[in-house]
Design a protein around this ligand. Structure first.
Ligand SMILES: Cc1cc2nc3c(=O)[nH]c(=O)nc-3n(C[C@H](O)[C@H](O)[C@H](O)COP(=O)(O)OP(=O)(O)OC[C@H]3O[C@@H](n4cnc5c(N)ncnc54)[C@H](O)[C@@H]3O)c2cc1C
Length: 516
C-alpha cells in the first residue's frame, strides 16, 4: 500500500494533523495501536455504567482557530462560554470558590482578604495584557534560531516587536518573572494562602517541580494565557468531532494497527511497518507518539547521529502524575458547602503544602498527603453515570513513574487509599459513596497509552524543554530524518488538550518545500 503520509497515533493531535493534511489534498492513513481513537482523550468506561471523557478533562486550551479551520462545529463540537469556577476547600471555614472573572470572584476572595480582592482585579488585568503576546508564542512554530534567511529573521523580529508592543513595564515584568518560581510570583501579588495555592496548582501538572522551583511562573503563565471556555462534553467530544472531520476529509483511520518501526533508507523516510508485518509506503510520517518512543524505539539507532540520539535520551519524561477515577452513588459534597456541587475542586491549602507533596517525588516516593485536582464531569454530562450517580476524575500530582521498589498492586492500592483519605478530609461522606475505583499509576498510563514514563505531557514542562521542545534538532516538527515529523504533545507548544502541536506540524509539512 502506498499513500502520501502516515500519521502514527489517533490521539487528538494525530487526528488534527491527519485532517489538516487530508484537507490539503494528500492521501493520509492514520495507524493507531489501540482499538479506539482518542489516545489520552478517549472515552473510557472504568466500571459498568461509569465513564470518564478521557483521562484528561481540561479542554480550556483547545484552539478555536483549529476547530474553525476543520469546521468541527459541523461535526458536533460546541464550546462553553467559560470554564466552571474552581472550589478550593479548607480545613476550617467555607473555602474559596474561585472564578477567573474578578467581578464574580470578588465576594469570595473578599471574605478572605479585601486587599487580595483588589489585587485579583489587577492580576487578571496583567494576564489580559500579556495574554496576546504569550498566546502568539504558543500558536506559532517556535522561532528558528539557526535560520539566517530573510523569513526566519523576520519571524524573530516580529516576536521581538510583539514583546516591545507590550510596553516597557509589562515587557520587563515578563522578562523578570518568567524564570522565577510561582510561589515568589504569587507571594508578590497576594496574602491569602488558599488563593495562592489554588492559582499555583495547575502550573505544577506534568512538571517535576514544586511551587518553589524556578520556572513554575512560566508554566503558570502559559496556562493562564491560553485558557478560555472548554469543550462541551470534554476531551472525548473533541476527539469524536476530530475523527468525523478526518474521515470526512478522506483520512483512513486504522485501529488495532501498532507501528513496529519507521522505515528509513539513505536518511529518508520510506514508510512504516506494522506489528502485523504489513508495510505502508510513504515519503512523510508524522508521529504523535512521544519523541522518545518515536525516535529511540520506532527508528533504528543506526539512523540517528550520536549527538541527536543523546539529546533524545536526555529529554526528560519522568511521569509524576497518577489518575484516580471514582464511581460515586451520590453527588460529591464538601463539608464546607453542604448541598452544593462543584465540577472542579482543587486541594492544597498553602503553597508549602503543595511543596511538601512534591518533596518525596525527588526520592522516588509518593506523598501520603497528595494534592488533588478533582473533576466531576457527570455534573454537566449526566450520561457518564447511571441516573443520579456521579464520576470523579482525580489527577494526583506527585506520583513518580520510577517509584522506589517499583509499582505493584499493593502500592497502587496504597496510593488509591491516600487519595481517598485526602479527599475525605474535605468531603467526609465520599468513602460510603464509592461504588468502584480505578487507580492509574504512571506505569499503567505508560502501558495503556504507550507514552514513555507515563508522562501526561509527553515530556516535562520545564523552561529548557518548552523553548526547544523536544530538542533543538527537531524543535520545529521536522526531525533530522527527511520526511519524519513530530506532531504530538512532545513538540511545541507542549502537552494539554489543545490541538496546537498537531496543527502546527501540519502547517510545517504543508509549507515545507520537498528536498530533492
Ligand atoms: C492523567 C492525565 C492527566 C492530564 N492532565 C492534564 C492537565 O491537567 N492539564 C493539561 O494541560 N494536560 C493534561 N494532560 C495531558 C494531555 O492529556 C496530553 O498532553 C494530550 O492528551 C496528549 O495528546 P496527543 O494527541 O499528543 O497524544 P496521545 O493522546 O498520547 O496520542 C498518541 C497516540 O499514539 C498511539 N500509539 C502509541 N504508540 C503507537 C504505535 N507504536 N503505533 C500506533 N499508535 C501508537 C497511542 O495509543 C495514542 O492513541 C493529562 C494527561 C493525563 C494522562
Amino acid at each position: 500500500m502506498k499513500v502520501d503520509a502516515v500519521v502514527i497515533g489517533a490521539g487528538h493531535n494525530g487526528l488534527t494533523t491527519a485532517a489538516l493534511l487530508a484537507k490539503s489534498g494528500r492521501k493520509i492513513v492514520v495507524v493507531e495501536k489501540r482499538d479506539k481513537v482518542g489516545g489520552l482523550c478517549a472515552l473510557e468506561e472504568f466500571h459498568p455504567g461509569f465513564k470518564v471523557p478521557g483521562v484528561h478533562l481540561d479542554t480550556s486550551g483547545v484552539r478555536r482557530d483549529v476547530a474553525e479551520s476543520l469546521d468541527l462545529a459541523r461535526h458536533g463540537l460546541a464550546f462553553v462560554a467559560e470554564e466552571p469556577p474552581v472550589f478550593a476547600p479548607a480545613s476550617d471555614g467555607p473555602g474559596l470558590l474561585l472564578h477567573r472573572d474578578p467581578a464574580k470572584a470578588d465576594a469570595e476572595i473578599r471574605a478572605h482578604s479585601a486587599r487580595d480582592a483588589k489585587r485579583y482585579v489587577e492580576f487578571r488585568a496583567f494576564i489580559g495584557r500579556v495574554r496576546g503576546f504569550i498566546a502568539r508564542l504558543l500558536n506559532e512554530p517556535p522561532p528558528d534560531l539557526n535560520g539566517t534567511g530573510a523569513g526566519e529573521l523576520w519571524d524573530l523580529a516580529r516576536t521581538a516587536i510583539a514583546l516591545r508592543r507590550l510596553g516597557a513595564d509589562d515587557m520587563l515584568e515578563i522578562a523578570r518573572i518568567a524564570p522565577t518560581c510561582v510561589a515568589d510570583w504569587l507571594n508578590g501579588w497576594f496574602e491569602c494562602e488558599l488563593l495562592k495555592a489554588a492559582l499555583a496548582g495547575p502550573s505544577l501538572h506534568g512538571t517535576f517541580m514544586g511551587p518553589w522551583s524556578s520556572g513554575t511562573t512560566a508554566t503558570s503563565l502559559l496556562q493562564e494565557c491560553v485558557a478560555s471556555g472548554g469543550v462541551r462534553g470534554g476531551s472525548a467530544a473533541l476527539v469524536t468531532a476530530l475523527h468525523a472531520a478526518a474521515r470526512a476529509a478522506g483520512v483512513d483511520v486504522r485501529l488495532g494497527s501498532a507501528v513496529e518501526h519507521i522505515d528509513v533508507a539513505g536518511g529518508r523516510v520510506k514508510g512504516v511497518t506494522l506489528a502485523s508485518r504489513e508495510t505502508i509506503e510513504c515519503s512523510i510520517v508524522a508521529s504523535s507518539c512521544d519523541p522518545k518512543r518515536t525516535l529511540l524505539d520506532l527508528v533504528a539507532a543506526t539512523h540517528l547521529a550520536p549527538r541527536f540520539a543523546m539529546a533524545m535520551r536526555n529529554y526528560r519524561m519522568r511521569g509524576t502524575s497518577a489518575k484516580v477515577h471514582l464511581a460515586l452513588r451520590r453527588p460529591l459534597e464538601f463539608r464546607a458547602r453542604p448541598g452544593q456541587v462543584f465540577e472542579i475542586a482543587r486541594t492544597g491549602e498553602t503553597l508549602d503544602e503543595l511543596e511538601r507533596a512534591f518533596d518525596p517525588v525527588k526520592y522516588r516516593k509518593f506523598s501520603s498527603e497528595p494534592i488533588l485536582e478533582i473533576r466531576v464531569p457527570s455534573i454537566s454530562s449526566p450520561e457518564l453515570a447511571p441516573a443520579g450517580q456521579h464520576v470523579a476524575s482525580i489527577l494526583v500530582n506527585g506520583a513518580p513513574a520510577e517509584l522506589e521498589g517499583g509499582w505493584t498492586d499493593a502500592r497502587r492500592d496504597e496510593l488509591g487509599n491516600a487519595v481517598v483519605n485526602a479527599l475525605a478530609r474535605y468531603a467526609p461522606g465520599v468513602r460510603e459513596s464509592i461504588v468502584a475505583r480505578e487507580v492509574l499509576t504512571p506505569l499503567d498510563i505508560e502501558q495503556r497509552y504507550g507514552v514513555t514514563g507515563g508522562h501526561i505531557h509527553h515530556g516535562e514542562h520545564a523552561l529548557d524543554q518548552l523553548v526547544m521542545r523536544p530538542a533543538p534538532q527537531c524543535a520545529r516538527y521536522a526531525t533530522p530524518i527527511e520526511g519524519l515529523y513530530l506532531c504530538g504533545s512532545g513538540s511545541h507548544p507542549g502537552g494539554g488538550v489543545t490541538c496546537a502541536p498537531g496543527a502546527l506540524a501540519a502547517k510545517t509539512i504543508i509549507e515545507r518545500p520537498a528536498r530533492p
